[in-house]
Design a protein around this ligand. Structure first.
Ligand SMILES: Nc1ncnc2c1ncn2[C@@H]1O[C@H](COP(=O)(O)OP(=O)(O)OP(=O)(O)O)[C@@H](O)[C@H]1O
Length: 590
C-alpha cells in the first residue's frame, strides 16, 4: 500500500526539514528496521553506514507518481512500462520529489533492478523545462555496447519532451560523431564571425550525451565547440569498473571542466579564457545551498551506480561526492536477483565441453550466455562447439578479440533469437540487457563474487526467473561454496547430467578436438603472415598515435594554464569583495 509518510531517514537533516511538504512514497513497513539491519554490515565511509533501503519501497504505478510529466508517462507506456520499480521510486523521491537533487546519489542495487531508468527518467524530466539547448547531462559507461544500450533508453524518453540525446563511443568516425554533437552557426545578416575563432557560434546539438571515457576525452581535447561548461548532471554507471580503470584521467578532467567555468559566479573572469573548449561558458544559478554554507547551488549533480558498488574510500574520493546519499537493496553488501536460481554441475576433468553441450541441449534452445575466463578460451570453446556438427543450437563468440562491427552484429542476432547461445568473456557483458536470457552458464568458475554477480545478472532481470549454472571440477566445489556465501547464498543444488549422454558424445569430441587443433594452428599461421605484411602500416599508426598523444599533452598544458589563470582571477575578485566589505564595515563602525 502507498501512503504519505515522512522519512525518518531524513529526520536529522536540516535541509529536509525545510522542504515544502511533498508526498513521499514509502512502503508501510517500518523504515527503522532497515537502519537496524544495516548496522550488521560495516561500511567504510560514515555516509555508507545509514543507507536508504530500496526494498522498503514498492513498485509505483505511473499514474500515482507525483509530478511525472504526462508526455513522459506516455513515452514510458510506449516502452511497455506501467509502473516504476523500487529503486526508481527511491531515486525519483531524491531527485524530483522532496530530495530535489540536493545530494549526490550512490546506488548499489542488484543486476536487472532497473538502475538505467532510475537515473534517466529524473534527468529527462528535469531538463524538459530547459530553455536553451546545451550539453547538460553526461552519462559515462565502460563499454560501447553498454553505452549504446543506455542511449536507447534515453532516446525512448527524451524526444517526448523535446530533448536530444547524443552518443560518443567511437562507433562511427569522429567526423560523423562531431556533426551529430555540434551544430554550426547559420550565418545571419548583420552578424560577423571571427574567422580566427573557429569555435565561435558552435553549439551543442544534444542535451544529453552518453559516452565511453576514451571517446569522451577525444571530444574534450579535440572537438571545437564541445564543452562541459553547462553540465548539470554526471552519471557514472558501472562505477566500480570505471573507477578501476583510469582511462586517460577522464574523471578528474570532467570534474575539473564542469567546475571551473562559472560565468555567473565570476563574470569577468570568463573573459580571460580563450575559446579552447568552444565559445559556450557556464551559466549556472548561484546561491547558498540550504544547510551547506558557501556551496554554489545547484552544483554538478552526480549519480553513481553499480550492482557491486565499491566501498573503497580512496576510490570513492575520486568522485568528489557532495553530501552523498547511499541507496541499497536489502541488508547485504552483495545481493543476487530474487528470482535467480543458482545450480552447480560437477564435471569430470577434461570432459567439460561435453557437460556444457549436454546441458545446452537439455535447455532446449533457450537463450543462454556461456562465460569463460578469458578471451582466448572464449574463442577456443566457441570454435570447438561448432565442430560438433549441426546440433540445432547456434553458438556465437562475443569478446574483445573481435571488431566492434562483428560484436554488434552478434548481439543483434542474439537479441533477435537468431542465435541462442553467446559464448562470452567477462569484460563484455557487464550491464548488458538482453530480453529472454533464461540461463547463464559459468563454464569457468568465476574467481570473485563480483564476477559471479555480474555474470549471473544477465538473467533473472526485471523480476523474471532465471538460472545460473556453474560447471565445477570436484576440487573447486569448496571454493565455490565459500564464494557464494559472500552473497549470502547457501543454496546451490547439484544439477545432474546423465553419464550416458556424455558417453554418447565421446567419439565426436575426439574429432572436434583434432579440428580445433588444426584451426588454431592455421590461425596462428595467418596472424604471423598478417603481422609481417602489416608492419609498415602499423608503424604509421604508431606515428599517428604518437602525434595525437603530443597534441593532447600540449592541449592539457594549455588548459591547465588557463585554469590557473582563472583561479587567480577568482581569488583576486574574492579578495576584492572581502576588501570592500571590510571598508563598508569600517565605515559603519566609524
Ligand atoms: N519500471 C519498469 N517496468 C518494467 N521493466 C523495466 C522497468 N524498469 C526497467 N525495466 C526493464 O528491466 C530491465 C533491466 O533494467 P536495467 O538494464 O536498467 O537494469 P540494471 O539495474 O541497470 O542492471 P545491471 O546492473 O545488470 O546493469 C530492462 O530490460 C528494462 O527495460
Amino acid at each position: 500500500m502507498w501512503k504519505v509518510a515522512e522519512s525518518p531517514l531524513f529526520g536529522c537533516c536540516k535541509e529536509t526539514q525545510e522542504q515544502p511538504e511533498i508526498p513521499i512514497l514509502l512502503r508501510s513497513s517500518a523504515m527503522e528496521v532497515a537502519t537496524e539491519q544495516k548496522k550488521t554490515s560495516v561500511p567504510v565511509l560514515p555516509w555508507m553506514r545509514n543507507p536508504v533501503d530500496n526494498s522498503f519501497y514498492e513498485e509505483c504505478p505511473l499514474n500515482f507518481l507525483p509530478f511525472l510529466d504526462p508526455r513522459l508517462e506516455a513515452a514510458l507506456c510506449n516502452m511497455g512500462i506501467t509502473s516504476l520499480f523500487p529503486v526508481q521510486v527511491a531515486v525519483w523521491q531524491e531527485t524530483i520529489g522532496p530530495g530535489s537533487f540536493e545530494r549526490d546519489i550512490c546506488i548499489n542495487s542488484p543486476t536487472g533492478s532497473g538502475k538505467t531508468l532510475a537515473y534517466a527518467l529524473p534527468i529527462v524530466q528535469t531538463l524538459s523545462t530547459r530553455a536553451i539547448k546545451y550539453l547538460r547531462a553526461l552519462v559515462v559507461l565502460p563499454t560501447r555496447d553498454l553505452a549504446m544500450q543506455v542511449k536507447e533508453v534515453f532516446a525512448s524518453l527524451a524526444p517526448a519532451v523535446g530533448l536530444s540525446v547524443g552518443l560518443a563511443v567511437g562507433q562511427s568516425s569522429i567526423a560523423d560523431e562531431i556533426s551529430e554533437l555540434i551544430k554550426k552557426p547559420t550565418p545571419e545578416a548583420g552578424i560577423c564571425f571571427d574567422s580566427e575563432d573557429f569555435s565561435f557560434g558552435l553549439r551543442s546539438s544534444v542535451d544529453i550525451l552518453v559516452a565511453t571515457p576514451g571517446r569522451l576525452m577525444d571530444h574534450i581535447y579535440n572537438t571545437k565547440g564541445f564543452t562541459l561548461d553547462h553540465l548539470c548532471y554526471l552519471v557514472v554507471d558501472e562505477t566500480d569498473r570505471l573507477l578501476r580503470e583510469a582511462y586517460q584521467s577522464w574523471l578528474p578532467t570532467v570534474l575539473q571542466l564542469a567546475h571551473t567555468h562559472n560565468q555567473t559566479l565570476y563574470p569577468d573572469a570568463s573573459s580571460i579564457l580563450s575559446p579552447t573548449f568552444g565559445s559556450l561558458k557556464t551559466i549556472r544559478r548561484f546561491g547558498v545551498e540550504r544547510g551547506f554554507k558557501a556551496k554554489p547551488y545547484p552544483r554538478l549533480m552526480k549519480m553513481v551506480l553499480s550492482a557491486t558498488l565499491t566501498q573503497d574510500p580512496s576510490k570513492l574520493a575520486q568522485l568528489d561526492l557532495h553530501h552523498p546519499l547511499f541507496l541499497t537493496t536489502g541488508p547485504r553488501r552483495y545481493q543476487l536477483p530474487e528470482q535467480l536460481k543458482s545450480l552447480k554441475v560437477i564435471c569430470e576433468p577434461k570432459l567439460k565441453p561435453l557437460y556444457l553441450l549436454v546441458l545446452l541441449e537439455t535447455l532446449q534452445g533457450e537463450k543462454c550466455i556461456v562465460f569463460t575466463s578469458s578471451v582466448e578460451s572464449t574463442h577456443r570453446l566457441c570454435t570447438l562447439l561448432n565442430f560438433f556438427g549441426d546440433r540445432q543450437i547456434k553458438f556465437k563468440e562475443y569478446s574483445r578479440l573481435q571488431r566492434q562491427t562483428i560484436r554488434s552484429k552478434t548481439l543483434r542476432a542474439f537479441r533477435s533469437g537468431e542465435i541462442q547461445v553467446l559464448v562470452s568473456s567477462d569484460a563484455m557483458t557487464r550491464g548488458m540487457d538482453v530480453e529472454g536470457v533464461k540461463n547463464v552458464i559459468n563454464y569457468d568458475m568465476p574467481a570473485y563474487i563480483k564476477t559471479y554477480i555480474h555474470r549471473a545478472g544477465r538473467t533473472a532481470r526485471a523480476g523474471q526467473t532465471g538460472c545460473c549454472f556453474t560447471l565445477l571440477l570436484k576440487d573447486e566445489v569448496k571454493r565455490f561454496k565459500k564464494l557464494l556465501q559472500k552473497a549470502d547464498n547457501n543454496s546451490c543444488p547439484v544439477y545432474s547430467i546423465p553419464s550416458e549422454s556424455i558417453e554418447s558424445l565421446r567419439s565426436l569430441y575426439t574429432t572436434a578436438l583434432e579440428k580445433l587443433k588444426e584451426s588454431i594452428e592455421s590461425e596462428k599461421h595467418r596472424k604471423r603472415k598478417l603481422t609481417k605484411t602489416r608492419t609498415p602500416g602499423a608503424s604509421l599508426a604508431g606515428m599517428i598515435d604518437e602525434q595525437m598523444k603530443k597534441k593532447n599533452e600540449a592541449l592539457r598544458e594549455k588548459i591547465k594554464a588557463e585554469e590557473d589563470m582563472l583561479m587567480r582571477e577568482m581569488e583576486r575578485q574574492q579578495m576584492a569583495v572581502v576588501d570592500r566589505r571590510m571598508v563598508e564595515l569600517a565605515m559603519l563602525e566609524s
